[in-house]
Design a protein around this ligand. Structure first.
Ligand code: NAP
Length: 520
């Protein structure tokens, strides 16, 4: 057998093999090893110095428009290599072709969006934030706010589920803002991010030091960060809390953004009649979220809130959808849902499902076990999609607290009141997104206003947008991504808002004409 390829890190302008016992990356459908990562040996001070002194200096010399050209070139390259990358997502992530496209097109699309934004900013090198204010009696004395790129390094730590999109949505904002990036993909699914960086390096698209890749452990890198550096993390709440609590980050006031767990809800309004456009939209978006990426999406719907009177019909409609799902090796044409990404994920999903079962019963999809299509007997990390129903929505605890990161969602019945729906949404103590499906303006206004303080994003599904939206599970670069509380308290993307994390806001006061010359 040919030796396994080692996924090296890209540091200091060259590919560097790690040290120590390697971790295996496997195909989660077949459990065949596909690559390995020797996790240790990162020279963190050297990587940070290369980013700050070489990459940071090069990016700082460019205007937004010039940085936009870099993003555009990356976006085009990823798009050109889409077919090759899709196969890697299928092989290492257990993605169906559609799942892999979702991840890869998310990467190229976000880069293209930020390239357009950079083009609009053109020759500018700083941004003006908000309106200027007259500070005294004389109209000459003005105050304004300016954003300039932070003179440090953007360290990115990503989750296993979106190796392409996660890596490049963060990189798009940091690079456009003018900060060099050191990016670490999750080890288990690093193949795709590694290949994408390799393509970008080989095509010489970026200035030296602008993008470095760590395959494996960050080692003591966080212990070397300073007050101009930032850390953007996506992953579990537990890891996020640990990283945020790193003493050095606290001592040096390193800016930290955390995107973590989320128990997103979808609410069906009491006005929605079975068979209507809004009903069909609800059923199809809930069913899609259950199975897309095998439920391993931070934005996936975990809690389905339905008026008591509609619950039976809705459960029937969803159970019918789930019965049509074909679970198996995603390289087989018939398969519509692949395996979970890792053995650890399968263990966690099984354990979480068992906890949910303490307060809910399965109404569709059975108990998660499945004979997967096209897979050697006993192999692969498969869990069939399951729909649960909480016995008592208000008394339930686990369903509002435990994110089961797989194809599992729970129906929660409510009395049809907007406040009751909003209160159930709030029980998750902070979510990335929740969706409310209704054409009743009064219901929507009350439910959305009640739930919004606990949500990063609200998706309103209604008859007029049916057929025109990608659904609540799709993160769009125009809108902020992040959520309060359990969801990590972070915020990414959101158009130009996404740049602010990587820039310093400085208040300026003085003669208006001089301020204009500085900020122009
Ligand atoms: P995880 O186990 O917390 O790992 C996330 C990342 O942190 C990985 O790159 C991991 O590297 C790294 N890491 C772990 N321990 C570390 C340490 N001590 N120092 C530095 N880095 C460390 O999470 P996951 O299992 O990959 O992702 C699943 C979770 O992510 C779910 O809870 C999901 O909700 C959440 N998620 C949130 C969002 C969002 O946008 N809010 C998006 C996607 C996923 P290794 O792989 O090398 O251990």
């Amino acid at each position: 057998m040919a030796p396994l390829a080692n996924l090296d890190s890209y540091l200091g302008g060259r590919w560097v093999a790690g040290t120590g016992a390697p971790a295996l990356l496997v195909n989660p459908a077949t459990e065949e090893p596909i690559a390995q990562i020797a996790a240790g040996g990162l020279d963190a001070p050297a990587a940070l110095a290369h980013a700050r002194d070489v990459g940071g200096a090069a990016l700082a010399a460019l205007s937004f428009g010039e940085r936009a050209a870099l993003l555009r070139a990356m976006s085009r390259l990823i798009h050109d290599k889409r077919d090759e990358l899709i196969l890697l997502g299928m092989q290492n992530g257990g993605n169906t072709r559609g799942d892999a496209k979702f991840d890869i097109d998310g990467a190229s699309g976000t880069l293209a969006y930020y390239a357009d934004l950079g083009d609009q900013l053109g020759d500018a090198r700083v941004l003006v934030d908000g309106e200027a204010a007259q500070l005294g009696r004389s109209p000459r004395l003005y105050g304004t706010h300016m954003l300039s790129p932070r003179a440090g390094v953007a360290v990115h730590v990503n989750a296993f589920n979106f190796p392409a999109w996660g890596t490049f949505e963060k990189a798009a904002c940091a690079l456009l803002a003018g900060m060099p990036v050191i990016s670490k993909p999750a080890t288990a699914t690093a193949l795709l991010a590694h290949r994408m960086v390799q393509l970008i390096v080989d095509a010489k698209l970026l200035p030296a030091g602008a993008l470095q890749l760590v395959c494996g452990s960050l080692g003591d890198l966080l212990d070397h960060l300073g007050g101009q550096d930032v850390l953007a993390f996506t992953g579990s709440g537990a890891t996020g809390a640990k990283l945020r609590g790193t003493p050095r980050l606290i001592e040096r006031n390193v800016r930290v953004n955390v995107e973590a767990d989320s128990l997103n809800a979808a609410v069906l309004g009491p006005d929605v009649e079975p068979g209507s456009d809004t009903w069909n939209l609800f059923v199809s978006e809930v069913a899609k979220d259950l199975t897309q990426k095998t439920g391993q999406k931070c934005t996936a719907i975990r809690r389905i809130l339905v008026p008591e009177a509609r619950a039976a019909e809705l459960e029937e409609a969803l159970a019918e959808r789930l019965a049509a799902v074909k679970t198996g090796d995603p390289t087989h044409d018939d398969v519509t849902m692949g395996p979970l990404a890792t053995a650890a994920q399968l263990r966690d999903v099984r354990a979480g499902f068992a906890r949910l079962r303490q307060e809910a019963e399965a109404v569709g999809g059975g108990g998660g076990s499945v004979a997967p299509l096209g897979v050697p007997a006993g192999k692969g990390f498969f869990f069939a999609p399951v729909l649960l129903r909480a016995r008592d929505s208000a008394a339930a605890q686990v369903v509002h607290e435990l994110e089961v990161f797989g194809p599992v969602a729970t129906v929660l019945r409510y009395d049809g009141g907007a406040r009751a729906a909003g209160t159930l949404v709030r029980r998750a103590e902070g979510s990335l997104v929740s969706s409310i499906y209704s054409d009743d303006r009064g219901f929507l206004a009350e439910a959305v206003r009640h739930a919004a303080p606990l949500l990063g994003r609200v998706y309103v599904g209604s008859a007029k947008v049916a057929g025109q939206t990608a659904g609540p599970g799709t993160v769009l670069p125009q809108l902020v991504h992040g959520g309060p509380g359990r969801a990590g308290g972070g915020e990414e993307l959101g158009g130009a808002r996404g740049l602010a994390f990587y820039m310093q806001r400085t208040a300026l006061s003085g003669d208006r004409a001089l301020l204009d010359a500085i900020t122009r």
